[in-house]
Design a protein around this ligand. Structure first.
Ligand SMILES: [Zn+2]
Length: 236
């Protein structure tokens, strides 16, 4: 009898534990931003689980497009091929990212998703904190361009990541009140908050992109941040 009661007790404990695990994995108990089984939502707060979800979203076309739906305005375009060095896979026309408008730019979904996460979690909070308002429009110099890398000493013989739309060049923003703040004038602005804002743009881009180049990198980047989907963490 004691053994029988012991077995019943063990069984009930097991059921209870499984129930607790099940409850933890349902959205009602575990917030979605903490649940590794819920795909990335751009607008969710950032948690230690976010980077895992982010990598999963960047890993494939369907995953990327689903994640982009949650925090950007875009239309899906067919894949584009100019030649074997110049093409756009998982092509989208991006028109908004992280609560800001974007002049339509044809790019790769992964570049668009990185831009949306950066806008949502880097640029918008920095603008609120340093400039007291949000960003209404993000300005860019496009993404796709079939050309070699430009270096301070001329063109290289290696193709730019722009040739596969794996990079986007950002020049500045228009704030909610209509004020335009651009990198070329803003990097050394007489307003310390504007200076800090552009440094915050650069630093937060390093979280959401794998290569970030700005005015501190070389003079070719005096007027734009080069933000790249690929790379080994260069952040200057
Ligand atoms: Zn660039």
């Amino acid at each position: 009898m004691t053994r029988f009661l012991g077995a019943v007790f063990s069984f009930l404990t097991l059921v209870g534990l499984l129930g607790a695990v099940f409850l933890l994995l349902t959205d009602d108990v575990l917030p979605p931003e903490w649940d590794p089984f819920v795909p990335l939502d751009v607008t969710d707060p950032v948690t230690p689980v976010t980077s895992w979800k982010y990598q999963a979203a960047l890993s494939g076309a369907d995953e990327c497009l689903a994640a982009l739906e949650t925090g950007a305005n875009f239309t899906v375009l067919p894949d584009f091929t100019h030649n074997d060095q110049c093409f756009i896979q998982t092509q989208v026309s991006l028109t908004g990212a992280g609560q800001a408008d974007v002049a339509p730019v044809k790019t790769r979904c992964q570049t668009a998703l990185r831009t949306a996460m950066w806008m949502q979690h880097g640029v918008q909070p920095a603008a609120q904190e340093l400039l007291g308002q949000g960003v209404k429009q993000l300005h860019h110099l496009s993404s796709y361009s079939c050309r070699p890398i430009r270096t301070a000493s001329g063109a290289s013989n290696q193709m730019s990541t722009h040739a596969t739309a794996e990079a986007i060049d950002i020049t500045g923003v228009t704030l909610d009140d209509g004020r335009r703040v651009m990198l070329l004038q803003g990097w050394q602005s007489s307003d310390p908050n504007v200076q800090q804002f552009f440094r915050a743009m650069r630093d937060t881009a390093c979280t959401w992109f794998r290569t970030t180049l700005g005015p501190d990198f070389n003079r070719l980047h005096a007027d734009h941040f080069h933000l790249q989907h690929t790379g080994w963490g260069t952040c200057r």
